[in-house]
Design a protein around this ligand. Structure first.
Ligand SMILES: C[S@@+](CC[C@H](N)C(=O)[O-])C[C@H]1O[C@@H](n2cnc3c(N)ncnc32)[C@H](O)[C@@H]1O
Length: 224
């Protein structure tokens, strides 16, 4: 049994191809799960820091996978080779960090049909907006219950940039018919409500009106 969280299991369920690159692997539990479950046959696991990579090596040793899963010290995609990677997983980081990793990358293969599996811990709306503006489409998204509620999204490059509305940036491709979506969005609304209170108290009327309109729009999206 691999002690993998519901959050990482959801990421694994969105892997489509046979060669996965896991950026910011840390403990390397996702790569181990992917190989052991037969979900894919090759994994390149990277991290920007030596400490996490050492932890990853320990995990691979424990599961006897040191010869199967490749480890690589890399800031984002900088040292990741163009070697037929089918899926790119970036999980467990802030939405801004995931966005920065993708935006600073010069790796053209990411735009050649690569399946992106992205799991932002915060600021998912910034990541969704960046993806849309840079020609990536979110094809599937699911809320998952773990320590907190998280969202996991699957995206790919279409080459057709678009600007999302505020509501689209906040709800992404979440399916309102799924019960966890309602809970996830109600937490988003709670956070926006607090922001609105702060703006109203400080007299920032124009910003407050924008946030109120956004809250109204999201509430409408939630209606059956
Ligand atoms: C909280 S851990 C998440 C581990 C695992 N992906 C998960 O979801 O459970 C975040 C990891 O991302 C790594 N990281 C942060 N920025 C990175 C970057 N620019 N490139 C590669 N790894 C990065 C950190 O060193 C850390 O090990």
């Amino acid at each position: 049994m691999i002690p993998i969280s519901a959050r990482l299991l959801c990421c694994a369920s969105m892997v489509k191809g046979d060669y996965v690159c896991d950026i910011g692997t840390d403990h390397a539990l996702l790569p181990v799960y992917l190989i052991r479950s037969g979900r894919c046959s090759r994994v390149l696991a990277t991290d920007v820091k030596q400490g996490p990579l050492q932890a990853a090596a320990q995990t691979l040793k424990r599961y006897d996978l040191l010869d199967t899963i490749q480890l690589c010290l890399s800031d984002g995609l900088a040292k990741v080779p163009d070697a037929g990677i089918t899926d790119l997983v970036i999980a467990g980081m802030g939405g801004e960090t995931i966005r920065d990793i993708l935006s600073s990358s010069k790796a053209k293969w990411v735009q050649r049909g690569t399946n992106l599996v992205l799991q932002p811990m915060t600021k998912a709306e910034l990541l969704r907006s960046w993806l849309a503006e840079n020609g990536f489409a979110i094809t599937r998204e699911a809320a998952v219950r773990d320590v907190h509620l998280y969202t996991v999204m699957q995206a790919c490059y279409t080459g057709q940039p678009r600007t999302l509305t505020g509501v689209e940036a906040y709800v992404g491709k979440l399916n309102i018919a799924e019960p966890l979506t309602r809970i996830y969005i109600s937490i988003v609304l709670e956070r926006l409500g607090k922001r609105l209170d702060g703006l109203t108290t400080s007299g920032a009327d124009e910003d407050a009106a924008d946030v109120r309109a956004l809250i109204d729009g999201i509430n409408q999206w939630m209606q059956p």
